[in-house]
Design a protein around this ligand. Structure first.
Ligand SMILES: Cc1cc2nc3c(=O)[nH]c(=O)nc-3n(C[C@H](O)[C@H](O)[C@H](O)COP(=O)(O)OP(=O)(O)OC[C@H]3O[C@@H](n4cnc5c(N)ncnc54)[C@H](O)[C@@H]3O)c2cc1C
Length: 457
């Protein structure tokens, strides 16, 4: 397993619980969680249907959230309404988000890995792979020990960037079809000493605002005093009083797989943080006394390589809620594209809503060019538009949970990841507490049922 973000956690825990004997999770940071911790990204966007009625991502994700909640480190999404500070005062697509404390995520994630018997290799960067035809034999790592080699029977690429698959020569897509551009990067930061009630009161007294402080930000943009190339302020209340996450810096035109771009993006974003802090204190009611609590360990990269899989998920699939015979996860978060070239978005590119529930097929995790590498998380096989929906953290957990089972079985059965018994995988996911939507629920009714098999496209 390379990468311990939401998809890596789901994958490693699931693989170990499904009998894979030696599961290693490698991450470049000294803690687990990926964007959820190092990126300070949060809240987890919805794990429910778009209308907020049905919890779609359950299984390991739900276990993880409930464990954080039991220590006061999260609020279960079933208790969180849209239009509140926890959802950034947004309504569309923001029903039932999961506010959480990144420290709780680091600890609970690590505990769940330890309990499952996963071996952690932290402070370790995977720089290359050794291949043999369509298989990856192992990964080349760089760390304080120097260069090393870690052999593997199956690799789940949870790097978000498809580093493993790309180094192994797998084809990938990058950027939107029109001009190859990707979504912008954002350095998250948190502020403390916020007057929570005043922020709420301002939002309540300005119901015409589509996002927090829209009136004040628009005026500032007009007189040139708004310091970032973004239309608004996105701020999210956290479980800790007076502490809010800020998702507002914006760095355009950079490639998250290019180290020079990553470096200049970090520099640009930190300048933006300083300017935003001044703007908040000077102009935004409730934030007059706010102070910087922390910035993320790394700038957040929304989009890089999308490894070409046996199937590529499209916007139309999500819009129509298309049923796939090999569904392994369902989600309801809509297409959320932050415009690659301007201050627009999310949700204002004129893209129609997606279905209340849509499906992610197993084939989006199976690289067309490789036999023992699974993709999970942000670099799955999807178009630019479809990725903008399924990239959020709950579906990444769900993809990981499925990939973990498939990897364990590929080793057990000596088969490729393309030969997975998908109905058995679906049954195992359901047994682990996952939900795969109404079609699969029906298809696994007791044998006495006369219901026709539900697999129809
Ligand atoms: C700015 C921003 C805002 C977002 N807002 C939200 C939000 O509010 N809610 C939400 O639910 N989602 C949000 N997302 C989306 C979400 O955070 C990511 O898409 C999701 O975390 C992807 O999960 P992942 O497991 O695929 O990858 P990641 O979370 O990126 O984890 C990848 C892990 O792999 C490790 N890694 C990568 N390459 C290597 C390597 N070569 N060697 C060793 N380790 C490596 C990294 O250190 C990291 O720990 C946002 C994303 C960004 C960037």
């Amino acid at each position: 397993m390379v990468g311990s973000g939401p998809s890596g956690l789901g994958a490693a825990i699931s693989a170990a619980r499904n009998g894979a004997r030696s599961v290693r999770i490698i991450d470049r940071f000294g803690f687990v969680g990926g964007n959820m911790t190092a990126g300070l990204v949060g809240p987890c966007m919805t794990s429910f249907s778009l209308d907020g009625e049905i919890q779609l991502v359950r299984g390991i994700f739900d276990e993880f959230v409930r464990r954080m909640e039991s220590t006061g480190g999260a609020l279960h999404p079933s208790r969180v309404d849209s239009g509140t500070g926890y959802s950034g005062f947004m309504v569309f697509g923001h029903e039932r988000v999961t506010p959480f404390d990144p420290e709780a995520a680091k600890y609970v994630g690590m505990q769940m890995l330890e309990e499952a018997g996963v071996e952690l290799m932290l402070h370790t960067f995977v720089a290359d792979v050794v291949t043999d035809g369509r298989e990856v034999r192992g990964v080349v790592v760089a760390s304080k020990d120097g260069l090393g080699y870690v052999p593997a029977s199956v690799v789940i690429d949870c790097t978000g960037d498809g580093d493993i698959a790309a180094r192994a020569g797998a084809q990938f897509d990058y950027g939107r079809e029109s001009d190859g551009e990707v979504q912008p990067m954002t350095l998250f930061f948190r502020i403390k000493n916020v007057d929570d009630d005043a922020v709420d009161a301002y939002a309540r007294s300005h119901p015409e605002n589509r996002f927090p402080y829209e009136d004040l930000v628009t005026a500032a943009r007009e007189d040139g005093s708004y310091p970032v190339p973004r239309r608004g302020v996105q701020l999210f209340r956290t479980p800790e009083p007076g502490v809010w996450r800020i998702n507002t810096t914006r760095v355009l035109g950079k490639n998250g797989t290019d180290v020079a771009d990553l470096t200049s993006a970090e520099v640009e974003a930190r300048h933006q943080v300083e300017s935003l802090l001044r703007f908040f204190r000077d102009c935004l009611p409730g934030l007059e006394n706010s102070q910087l609590l922390d910035t993320a360990t790394t700038i957040g990269v929304r989009e890089t390589r999308r490894i070409r899989g046996t199937y590529t998920l499209t916007f139309e699939d999500l819009q129509q809620g298309r049923h796939f015979e090999d569904v392994i996860a369902v989600a309801g978060y809509p297409v959320d594209i932050h415009n690659p070239k301007s201050s627009d978005g999310p949700f204002d590119d004129g893209i129609p809503p997606t279905a209340n529930i849509y499906e992610i097929p197993y084939r989006t995790l199976t690289p067309v060019d490789l036999d023992n590498v699974l993709i999970s998380g942000r670099s799955l096989s999807a178009t630019h538009e479809a990725l903008a929906a399924v990239r959020v953290m709950p579906p990444c957990f769900a993809m990981g949970e499925a990939a973990g089972i498939a990897a364990a079985w590929a080793i057990r059965d000596g088969e490729t990841i393309h030969d997975t018994d998908v109905p058995a995988l679906q049954r195992q996911l359901l047994a682990q507490g996952a939900y795969l939507g109404p079609h699969v629920e029906r298809s696994f009714e007791p044998a006495s049922s006369t219901a026709a098999p539900s697999f129809h496209h």
